[in-house]
Design a binder for this molecule. Sequence first.
Ligand code: GDP
Length: 330
Amino acid sequence: MDSTFRRTPNIHLQDLINGLLQGNRIFLSRAITLVESKRADDKVASAELVDKILNTERKTLRIGITGVPGVGKSTFIESFGKMLTEKGKKVAVLSIDPSSNRSKGSILGDKTRMDELSKDPNAFIRPSASGSSLGGVASSTRESILLCEAAGFDVIIIETVGVGQSETIVKDMVDYFLLLMLAGGGDELQGIKRGIMEMADHILINKADNDNLKAAKHAKDDYWNAVHLFPPNDADWVVPVGLCSALEKNGIEEVWSEIENYQSHTAKNGWFEENRKRQAIKWFHERIHARLEEIFYSKPMIKEEIKKREELISSQKLSVRKAVEELFNS
Ligand code: GDP
């Protein structure tokens, strides 16, 4: 974003919107940078931008993809994305990376990980947004989805690393949630993975090739048994458990045909639309909470006032309830 744009957002905003609506990827990139910005003037421009490009007509599909580092997410997205562009779809790839703050890196920072797809004129790959809160990153990713859709992209893929909180956030912004797994390592059916498995609309065991094929088939049976003990999901959808080799491009078409099944199943039972509506309302309330927090913490002297009360609370001279009342009334 150049400084002219920042200083006079309104003059250039219409140009940005026009370029975006024409599907220009440079404008799309700039628009995403704008919605990711934390500057007050950019926030005003972003609100106007997102409001103007809301798309109510075109049918799009938002797919979340998760799995532990090394499971093959980028290899899968490369194969899957290429298959989709060959079918005439326009594909955008965004990411949410909870580790990017710490490492200052990003799971998609290195575009060469999706070498072919990044050169495809019908694909758009955007490295992860970074920010101080996962909530803030999530919100700008939601807006980036809307921008990609306005720019004519049909399928938006949101990638995240399978480490916990970010899954829930991604689940809340997509139509279909795909979990990539590996065979072996008996831990997979336990612990945190269970929660993530319960969120999945599709479980896919990757690297089902060569010496790993037999173990992958075993894992598939195990996951199938586990998944079918879960209560029925909101979509009333029987979660498929499949095998694939992202590297050898096997099982990729099958994933797409399951997604198409899901689309027609949830169009018929109304869940597709219902889910998008619920997600938008939930996002609205999350933003209200975030805004309230921002307003509260920006009060003058608030940090000092909190610090003072922390000491009183820890020495039991002040109750938490009273402290909170005082802060809100100060
Ligand atoms: P990510 O961290 O989940 O994005 O995983 P990557 O896509 O970077 O893949 C990690 C490693 O696994 C790379 O060396 C890939 O070449 C390899 N890999 C990915 N998919 C497959 C697959 O289907 N079969 C095999 N044998 N290796 C794969």
